[in-house]
Design a protein around this ligand. Sequence first.
Ligand code: SAM
Length: 177
Amino acid sequence: MKVFVLRLGHRPLRDKRITTHVALTARAFGASGFVLAEVHDEGVVRSVRKVCNTWGGSNFKVLTGVEPVSYINEWKNEGGLVIHLTMYGLHVDDLINTLKSINKDLLIVVGAEKVPPVIYELANYNVAIGHQPHSEVSALAVFLDRLFSGRELHFIYSDAKISVVPTEKGKKVIRHD
Ligand code: SAM
């Protein structure tokens, strides 16, 4: 099952950091690609590539400047499902078992300020991570963690140049080159 994350509404001047965090969360929580709608932002791409280069994931896909409605339609035409994360959707607890059992490629859509109504219509599922407003980063992390039942936190990238040795205090890493 392929899982990609589509980030809508990125405003380069305001959202560089949070959009980078959406992409890094996608990568660290088990997705295999990140798609930035409408805009090209070299700063975001560079930051994600830098992390992949050091911590592994050179085959993590990053696409930018993508027209979201066509991308969503194409995803669905190819047999995938589209899941839009929004506080207005159905509670994740009521859907997660269905979504885990479907076994189709998943496109997880997260917004910024205001998501256009067409996205709510096109999504196969509008899913709420609780019904309080919080953030695209927290919503994505909780959703992926539920989807993968926590297994993604133990994943090790085989192409990592560096990895953490867990320690009680301080920082310990090993280099693989
Ligand atoms: N009112 C917005 C909404 O529809 O969820 C909150 C906007 S929030 C700044 C930006 C994005 O975070 C939203 O587009 C959504 O993808 C995600 N988000 C925030 N709270 C959420 C929640 N409780 N459940 C699911 N997604 C959430």
